[in-house]
Ligand binder design. Sequence first.
Ligand code: ZN
Length: 298
Amino acid sequence: MKTILNKFLNKFLNKIAILAIAVYIVVTLVASDRIAHSQTSSDVEQVENCLVNRLLHEKCTTAPKPQAQPQIPPIQVPSSTPTRILTNKERFIAALMNLFPKIPPEDSYEYILLRAYGGPLINLEPTIKLPKKVVFKNNQETQQFQATLTMGKVAGTRNCYLQKSAADALNKARAQTRFRLKSGYGKSDCTRDFATTARFWKKYANSKTLDLVKKGKETRILGTVAPPGTSQHLWGLAIDLRVTNKKQINALNQNGWYRSVKYDVPHWSYIGYPPEKLLKLGFQKKVIGGITYWLTPL
Ligand SMILES: [Zn+2]
């Protein structure tokens, strides 16, 4: 009697295992199809996050888990993972969706800003704080965000501060090779306040320029100066440096720092991953005028 019962139980549990695997595969495939079409809905969000985690850590940490049934074998991620069918842009968007569950429309000002300045926004380090919006409207919004940051000092400077993890990484690079701030040892090379970014903008551009930027008719200016409230320097994740040789560039790249804004040669952004991971996340490595930039694929 016991054996018959055992056999019956085994058959029943095997069926559950097969059903669980089938459901998982269907969910994954459906999700990958949706990602390919850049749709955003909460039921696929978890799978997308999982996908990005897999891109970053070679392992899926948020995969749906089977109910606790010791007899059910652990579910393996299907060998034909959907990551191969994603374009660079889709990979980057999937990574960005950790921060922005809804990606703004392609012709919007926000999207233009994400394209130009969005590189650091795919950082997943728990100690790094990222803005929930790409434009701070005023000083108050900027201060509210900056008040949440844990800052660290860049070694050898008087008052150059960055988010601590970014500063630590930069100091590591500095320990490997020397490089200097662009304009000396002042804070204007590092984390800035809203008023400073607005002042810099007025130096190079005006409200007409801003209208053209918002319409997508002027993009070159974004490599010279950021519109008020949009600079990576407000996030504590950018620094302006004098970098001239390969050794300096390698040390910075290996510690997560990149030239991520096209045409802005002295500007370095903390993205936090080594170069090979950036390529996996869809970044485009472009050489312009002899300078290598790591640009978003948006
Ligand atoms: Zn800069």
